[in-house]
Ligand binder design. Structure first.
Ligand code: SF4
Length: 723
């Protein structure tokens, strides 16, 4: 036994080498290595690949690199569990910089088990930056191993190895600690180890996530950040990967070898000061992270409640930021990468688990983010923060996405309420609103791959099919209340009263995750896009702008969670112009290349349109796929309508031109629905046109040519749809 409590020598004795690859170490040059690492866990092949000048010019880095490599690896009939599917982790030129807050993100792409199209996740932790400084702009993992393997990238010695690892844990909170203990040379070296892992839940469900670790030297614990959406953890375990591990110990302020270190530091210092000065008045991210949003969401009727039926609850104070603030440890620099003064990666220490295989253990729980508070709290009627914390912990360590788990469980509960499910179908679980013990037991059954856990692990789209086929449930009702689009579960806002957010969710290329177009606050809280035209333009600009973070390896939060004091008086406050100028400045300081605002959008538009064509190539991405379930657009049921009757009656009168007096509620529900669906059709038309797409949502040849991505293989996908 080592000091860590693990029998590391015993674990190592079980290892069997598969293959090894030595590479030449060389420094990053102005944010780039210009080579990527290929690892095939099926046949043991490991190789480095040069990045072509065209790839660097057109795809920039990060998500762009990941998608380009994935496109070349798969074909239109590739399924998520085919060996050729890849998990690609890529960084981008800004990633790893320690001078500007939020510069440590990795972008992960794969063909998703739940959508069948490319999914992308933006994730913190040290793996991506260490991989970059180990010598690679991206890691491409392909193939399927027969037995559990670990891939170790030793960036200090320039060696990549694959070995069978039968003894190590699968659940992430144990595995991440084992990797630190196994690969660090001494106590100080622990912070130089980062791993990627999933968990036992990801082996049994389609909604698996990846955990990227970072060693917290103050807490002396390996902490976890999630690449949550779309089931990449499921792909990971299907490939029988236990962990990807990297070691790199040479980090300093100039590891990214920027063109202008002094300029970079100057811009970074400006933002550091702003965050420290303004955070208390604006977002309290440094105190409680994103969980500060819960009470604002409740106040504006945006907090998902009972499967998105409602946007607030009298019980929601139980989950407000003060409840979680009392549980997390304060006063520590909680950045998920060095140099992030925003420090929103909060954690509760010494949390004693009450259920499951680790019952009685005292653990550090990362989070919860507001999505977890809503998804594993209000949306399933749970208002006990300890239950939310426990769900958060187990989702993470089992490698399950808290958002998809929450939205799937909310769907299960409404199906229970509507009589689609009963205890004979759930294996005795009483899936009533707010039944925390039943939800925890459901989660453990997913972790064990047992009974109804396997059904819930299919996610919402899978359950809709299952319930219709096995229980004779009404497919139309399931479609209305099952909150997924393209196969991905909705993230956590009620979008009924925000047309812009309806589009932001449903038009998002990968499925309804708000990172592409988080417009709900802009639309409903700050009223910055009041007209139809404003909303359509926002659905052009913001997805393009926000794509840029994923090309660079940046976190989006420091862009607009803290705004300069005079931001409201600028021409375009929603864009936070001063921060956009910061980004242009740091891009130039790192790469040495000039970039203006149009150039930034153009970099993004190339990758965005490439991803759109990629989705079409894989069988989704057309108009019909951008259509939300009606629950996300308006009141499906009489109960929902009547809960907000004054609001809806007023809308019928003033917006639709119908006098609701004398009408029955079902008639009013139908009239409002017809109006809202027509309005959404018009929004699709306007946004597609602005993006240079056809009415079917297909990028035109002119658009692709203008962006310089009219590659023959790209035109081959779109041309038949343009005839
Ligand atoms: S703002 Fe939060 S999520 Fe973003 S880089 Fe900083 S600590 Fe990580």
């Amino acid at each position: 036994m080592t000091e860590s409590g693990f029998d590391i020598a015993g674990l190592e004795a079980g290892h069997r080498p598969v293959s090894e690859f030595r590479y030449e170490k060389r420094p990053v040059v102005r944010g780039y290595n210009d080579r990527t690492l290929y690892v095939n866990v099926g046949n043991g092949r490991i190789a480095e690949k040069p990045v072509s000048a065209d790839m660097r010019a057109k795809f920039t880095g990060g998500k762009g690199y990941g998608l380009r490599l994935l496109w070349d690896a798969v074909n239109p009939s590739t399924k998520w569990d085919d060996p050729e599917n890849e998990i690609n982790i890529a960084m981008g030129p800004v990633c790893g910089n320690t001078n500007y807050p939020g510069s440590g993100k990795s972008l992960v792409v794969s063909i998703s088990p739940t959508t069948g199209i490319p999914i992308d996740c933006n994730v913190g932790g040290y793996f991506g930056p260490f991989l970059k400084f180990a010598g690679f702009d991206a890691l491409e993992v392909q193939g399927k191993a027969d037995r559990d393997v670990i891939v170790f990238i030793d960036g200090d010695d320039g060696v990549v190895s694959i070995f069978e690892a039968p003894g190590e844990a699968v659940d992430s909170h144990v595995l991440a600690e084992q990797m630190v203990a196994m690969f660090s040379r001494d106590e100080k070296d622990r912070q130089h180890i980062s791993s990627v892992s999933a968990g036992t839940g990801a082996e049994h469900a389609l909604i698996g996530c990846l955990n990227f670790s970072f060693y917290d030297k103050r807490r002396k614990v390996a902490r976890l950040k999630q690449a949550g959406r779309g089931g990449i953890g499921t792909v990971f375990r299907d490939k029988k990967i236990k962990a990807l591990v990297v070691r790199y110990s040479g980090l300093d302020v100039s590891s990214n070898n920027p063109a202008d270190l002094a300029g970079l530091q100057e811009t970074g210092l400006k933002l550091h000061r702003e965050i420290v000065t303004l955070d208390d008045q604006q977002c309290r991210m440094r105190e409680i992270g994103t969980a500060h949003l819960t009470e604002i969401m409740d106040e504006y009727d945006l907090l998902p409640t009972r499967n998105y039926k409602f946007g607030s609850s009298p019980d929601s104070p139980g989950l407000d930021s003060h409840a979680f603030s009392a549980m997390v440890t304060h006063g520590l620099p909680d950045g998920c990468w060095y140099g992030c003064t925003m420090a929103c990666a909060k954690a509760a220490d010494g949390f004693e688990l009450a259920t499951g295989p680790y019952r009685g253990h005292k653990v550090t729980v990362d989070g919860p983010e507001y999505e977890t508070v809503a998804g594993c709290g209000s949306n399933i009627g749970v208002y006990d923060p300890r239950v939310v914390m426990e769900l958060n912990f187990y989702c993470d360590t089992y490698g399950l996405d808290t958002i998809s788990f929450g939205t799937s469980t909310a769907f299960v509960m409404e199906c229970w309420e509507k009589g689609v499910l009963d205890s004979t179908r759930t294996g005795g679980l009483e899936m009533t609103w707010g039944n925390g013990p039943a939800v925890l037991e459901l989660l453990h059954r997913i972790g064990r791959g047992e009974g109804f856990g396997l059904v819930a692990g299919l996610g919402v789209r899978g359950m809709k099919k299952y319930f219709a086929e096995h229980y004779g449930a009404d497919p139309k009702l399931l479609q209305d209340i099952g909150c997924e689009c393209k196969g991905l579960e909705y993230s956590q806002y009620v979008s009924k009263e925000s047309l812009a957010q309806q589009g932001g969710y449903s038009m998002a290329l990968k499925g309804p995750q708000h990172d592409e177009a988080w417009l709900i606050f802009m639309d409903m809280v700050n009223n910055r896009i009041p007209t139809f035209e404003d909303k359509a333009e926002a659905l052009y600009y913001f997805p393009m702008f926000r794509t840029w973070f994923g090309l660079q390896g940046l976190c989006k939060l420091p862009w607009n969670d803290i705004e300069p004091a005079d931001n409201a008086s600028t021409d375009e406050p929603a864009k936070v112009p001063e921060h956009v100028e910061n980004y242009l400045a740091i891009y130039k300081a790192i790469t040495g290349n000039d970039l203006d605002r149009d150039g930034l959008i153009r970099q993004s538009a190339r990758v965005y349109n490439f991803q759109k064509v990629f989705c079409i190539r894989m069988g989704k991405g057309r108009r019909i796929d951008d259509w939300p379930p009606y629950r996300m657009m308006g009141p499906v049921t009489v109960e929902e309508y009547e809960s907000r009757a004054d609001r809806y009656d007023k809308q019928l009168k003033e917006q639709v031109g119908i006098d609701p007096s004398g009408m029955g509620t079902p008639g009013k529900v139908a009239a409002l629905r017809a109006y809202r669906e027509d309005r959404y059709e018009k929004l699709l038309d306007a946004v597609y046109k602005r993006k240079g797409w056809t009415r079917e949502g297909v990028p035109t040849v002119e658009t692709l040519h203008d962006l310089g991505i009219d590659y023959p293989e790209v035109l081959e996908v779109v041309k038949p749809l343009l005839e």
